[in-house]
Ligand binder design. Sequence first.
Ligand SMILES: [Zn+2]
Length: 254
Amino acid sequence: MVIALLLGQNPLEFLDMANSVVPGQETEVYDPARATENEDLKVFSLGVFNSANEVWSTIFEEQLNKEYRNPVFVTFTDQTVSQCGGASAETGPFYCQLDEKVYIDLSFFHLLKQRFNVSGDLAMAYVTAHEVGHHVQKLLGTLDKMNHYRGRISETDYNKLNVKLELQADFYAGLWAHQAQKMGIILLEPGDLESAIRAAEAIGDDHLQKEAQGYTVPDTFTHGTSAQRMYWFNKGYQTGDVRLSDTFNDPSLN
Ligand SMILES: [Zn+2]
């Protein structure tokens, strides 16, 4: 039996672990017998992942004048290990900045459907594109800045910064959808955008906290409210303009 690693916390507190870095943690091998589960979701997510890298390579080269390097794509069902520590079914998808890998939890897609009644290709794609967005933040130095602040400012202030970080990844996900469509990589069908926005809404911290506790505690928000997540995803999608991605200096978030 594989031992479920870490996670004594409320599992609904985080969608991903971009900031939950636990360097040097012991690793476990996860169940190879489950490697072939959810093959269709795996293929789909890999397609999104590849197209996101294509989009970002172009943006880095043409607009940011920087070199893009691809992250590594890892899928898992229920649990996995990374340099950032382990993940269980409750963790959901995450990005590990230490090994530069995007970890997509395939069981999370079932959760989206069953628990939040969210389905649709763009909703699922949004999850992968958001995690690639964290990789973009790594390459642009944004995650390093966040690491610098950890422990140096109050938890409340740090959480505020973290919300901005997450909303920026939402913006990047929207931007991916815009550019991928423009480049002819994806073809959006009617209802796709709505389903992605519903996903952003369903996984907003206020929504998750209400489900878990029956009330919301704004100071502990680390991903942003449903309205904020929808707003930033949609802004990225509508504009497709990387210059408008600065959630850190947006007056509405201060
Ligand atoms: Zn995130």
